[in-house]
Structures are given as structure tokens and as C-alpha cells.
Design a protein around this ligand. Sequence first.
Ligand SMILES: [Zn+2]
Length: 302
Amino acid sequence: MLPFDAHNHVHMGPSPPIQALLPSSATAEILPTCCCCLSGMAIMSTHPRDYQTVLSLAKDLPSQVASSSSSTSIVPCLGVHPWFLHELSLQDWQVDDNDNSSLPTWIQELEALLVANPHAMVGEIGLDGFHFDPTTQQLTSPMERQVEAFRLQLELAARLDRPVSIHTVQCFGPLFAVLSQFSSSNKKRKKKKQSLPPKLYFHAYGGKAATVEQILALCGREIGRVYFGFAPIINFRSPKTLNVIQKVGIERLVLETDHEDAARVPTSMEQGIEIIAAALEMGTQQVVDQTTANAMDLYNLN
Ligand SMILES: [Zn+2]
């Protein structure tokens, strides 16, 4: 199997997105037989202006990769990232005053696109307690607004049965408050709580090992329900990451880069594979095989 980048933003550039799929000299060393570097990737929107670009890349990129043996899967992900929430307009937030169950326009538009594209997933969504406006020194979007957008997008993903990719930075209080409003099981409905989406992927996970336990308690412990990723660019400077990778375990791990620049993806993937292999005392190909199988399960590619 080839590695799968479960979370990136290569539509943002500057390199052409196809470069993420091609081998680098470093990757060729550990995976000498591959003719393209990745088996696939999930490209995350951050704002509605990304949606059509991401959908088009998912459609067009696979045919541009010359691979005789296997096909390349590109998963388009649609959602609004907490860093870009403040760029939604008042009109986007408009609801029908005569209808209590009416949803803001931007959620209705996101829902229509997801319905029209059954292979699209929900991402990147989440909460960030550390992203400030440089002028005001306040959070770029107030936490209450972030919580509202996050909850609405989780509800939408649950309603349409789509996995979600979740950003979490310095927000575990509000995160746990939101998650506990939902039922951890998507089978039995406890106290009429709405179910969470079928699969939850905590990307570039920066929490402690003990927090993994709290997330599993709230989201469900069965294998295939909750996944975690660690982006070399974000997580690998932190000394706690190895310990957290060991706590998560290979059966809940996916590889990711979180890169915008496709040219950086192959090297980052290689770093991710090597660090996980070292942390879990596994062979690199074993790490690739298991994380790719996990990503395929996460994104319903089986
Ligand atoms: Zn991201």
C-alpha cells in the first residue's frame, strides 16, 4: 500500500496540487517501488470560496496520475475552519425569523453541496482558542460563535452520515462541552440527544495522552469511530507527541501533513511515517499499510 495524506490544503498552493502525489527522492528511498507517492489524500476547505476548487481537484487529479496498478483517491472536504469564520457575512448567518428550525444560509448551502456530492466529507471544522486578530488581540472569532458554527457543522455531518475532520487548539473545555451535548453512540439515542457524526478525526492533535481518554469517553471507543493525526509541521516539535502517539495506538492513527504547499507533502509524509514507526516500534511499511487502511475506513473508500 501507499501512504494516504488524511488532511491537507494543497488547493491553496503555491505548488500545483498534483505535486503532492508524486514521489520525492526521500520517499523513493523508503518506498522504492512506488510510481506515485500517495494512494490518495483528503483536501480540506477552509471557507465556502474553496468548495468548487476542492470538488474539481477531487474529480480531476486522479486521472492525472499515471499509475498502472492502483487508483488514487482524492476526498473533497467541505466546511468552514474556525480561522475563517469571521469572513462569513451577516447574510450568510441569516435565518428565517418565522421558522424556529431554520438554519443559517451558509449551513443550508453547505448541506445542498454535500447532498449533491455524496463522496464529500465535512472539514475542516473545529475550535481554536489561540488564533488572535493582530490588531485587536482578541480571538478572530469569539468562542461562542466558533462553538455555534462547530455544533451546526457536526449536526449537519451527523444528519448526512459524513465523517468530520476536526481542528482543536487550546479549546478542550468548549470542545468537551459541545461533544457532551451529543450522544456518543450513533445507534441508541440516549435522552433524545442527537448522535455525533459516524466518524470523528482529530487532526494535528496537540492534546495530552489523558485527553485522548476523555475524547474517547465522549465520542465512543469502538475501533473505527475516532481517529487522530499528527502533522510533522505542527506536532513533532512537542516532546509529548511520542507519548500521545503511543496512547492513541496504530489502530486509531492516520498520516497527515496539513500542508498548503503540495511540494512539501512527500517529505512531510516520510517524516510522519518514520516518527510513528519509531514511537510504536513498527516497520515503516507496516505503518503505511495500517494508516492507509484506517484512512480508507475513515473516508468510506473501501
Ligand atoms: Zn488543516
